[in-house]
Design a protein around this ligand. Structure first.
Ligand code: TRP
Ligand code: SF4
Length: 438
């Protein structure tokens, strides 16, 4: 199995995705101590992560951390797109430094949009909706890939540590793939890592909230971040902890600097072997590795390196379309767009595929199936805040005490409120948008 970020496949077998790609389960102990955990975190919509512990730790210790995510400005924004931004807004309220890339280069390279068109989509559709949903534009940075020199430079330069075979194996590129497309994952790596440059806030944990289709880019960025490190701290085969210099230049100078750091950290039993480009630390234990690595990363920027933290990521489930297939802009009946009128949205809800039984009789007797019901999914992802109320709907559906008609009516009332609210705020936002752009 291969994940293709540019296809329209939905990857639904979430536990298999975890096993096959080494995505970790987003378990409760990762989020339970965050302030007022968001419903998408609490309810298992975010099902997997890489390196989220760094984020939990930063929040707990009140250390700086960043969010970087990107939007593909193509077409209209629907409820599926709303999830990432809901997450971002939550992280903004708990103190993350928010950065949003408009992926205009990617949209140009991988789809048939001009840079001008993508700009229109971003300015008239996505960003106003983001603000309408609650993003505080004064406390975040939104930029266009094509306009940010540092992102493009970084993409190019970081590409030194990845070769064509690896790109082919990850993305399935072939001789027909155009070069701009081939380069676009590196631009995304530039997006993800540039927030750790001095100018944009320096080295700090960075979380990239995305759908699982983006995992190849996450793996690439994590590998590249690691590959550009000057030092590596690990346990050797014969169970010693060592600091290793990974480059072939300035080895003595790098070892000197590492030694100084180890002294400052109060390690006493150091054995430096310059031919191995190594310092072994006889009085360190496994738990010290992280601490040592962080200190080393910090000085790397002064020694010609980047000292990147590997970026963290969360992966959320995709929404099912109202027709039961994928929610997609190209099938308007499957999606509720944020610009739909209440009337249009309600019509789609009324026609949607629920988990109800064929007849009312049967449903009363055997109950419905909320776990495969798209109306229930609307409640779960978007429309109901209160966990108790949601549980109540779940169990009364299972017990056959609820009818799909009742649910649809309730969902219609809630979507009506939501869309009207967004509409007012979106119009307000549109007027002042330019002042917020980087
Ligand atoms: N590739 C993403 C998409 O298709 C958009 C994107 C660009 C992005 N740069 C990013 C997402 C950086 C996360 C982080 O939607
Ligand atoms: Fe879905 Fe409600 Fe019908 Fe249950 S009763 S299947 S939750 S619409």
């Amino acid at each position: 199995m291969k994940i293709d970020p540019w296809s329209s496949t939905i990857y639904q077998d979430y536990s298999r995705l975890r096993d096959e790609f080494g995505i970790e389960e987003f378990s409760k102990n990762l989020w339970k101590d965050l302030p007022k955990p968001h419903k998408l975190l609490r309810r298992g919509v975010i099902f997997g992560h890489r390196g989220f512990k760094l984020i939990t730790d930063s929040v707990k210790k009140k250390k700086p951390w960043a969010i970087l995510t990107g939007l593909m400005p193509s077409g209209k924004m629907h409820l599926g797109h709303k999830m990432v931004i809901d997450e971002v807004i939550y992280y903004q309220t708990i103190g993350a430094d928010i950065n949003i890339a408009v992926a205009d280069i990617e949209a140009f390279a991988t789809r048939s949009y001009t840079l001008e068109e993508t700009k229109e989509f971003a300015l008239n559709e996505y960003i106003p909706n983001y603000i309408a949903l609650g993003l505080n534009p004064k406390k975040c940075r939104i930029y266009f890939q094509s306009k940010l020199q540092e992102v493009k430079d970084l993409g190019y330069i970081l590409g030194k540590k990845i070769n064509w075979s690896q790109m082919q194996a990850t993305y399935g590129f072939n001789g027909q793939t155009n070069m701009a497309h081939i380069f676009s994952p590196l631009v995304q790596t530039g997006d993800i890592l540039h927030v750790q440059l001095e100018k944009f806030g320096g080295n700090r944990p960075t979380l990239v909230p995305v759908g699982v289709d983006q995992d190849p880019h996450i793996r690439l960025s994590r590998d590249i971040a690691q590959a550009h490190r000057l030092y590596n701290v690990t346990v050797t085969k014969d169970n010693k902890i060592g600091v290793f210099v990974k480059v072939d230049k300035d080895i003595s100078k790098l070892l000197d600097n590492a030694e100084k750091i180890l002294n400052d950290l109060n390690f006493k039993k150091l054995k430096r072997i310059t031919e191995y480009k190594a310092i072994y630390i006889q009085d360190a234990i496994d738990e010290d590795i992280k601490k040592i690595d962080e200190k080393l990363a910090k000085i790397e920027t002064k020694l010609g390196g980047y000292g990147f933290f590997q970026p963290s990521a969360t992966f959320h489930r995709f929404m099912t379309g109202l027709t039961g297939e994928k929610m997609s802009s190209s099938k308007p009946e499957s999606a509720i767009f944020l610009t739909d009128s209440s009337k249009e949205a309600i019509k789609k809800i009324m026609q949607s595929k629920t988990g109800g039984a064929v007849t009312l009789e049967e449903q009363k007797k055997h109950g419905g199936k909320p776990d495969i019901c798209v109306v229930y999914e609307l409640f779960l992802y978007h429309l109901i805040e209160d966990d108790k109320e949601l549980k109540e709907i779940f169990s009364s559906c299972k017990d056959g005490k609820k009818t799909c008609g009742q649910c649809k009516k309730y969902a219609s009332e809630l979507i009506d409120k939501l869309l009207k609210d967004i509409k007012i705020k979106r119009e307000e936002a549109k007027d002042k948008i330019k002042q917020y752009l980087d």
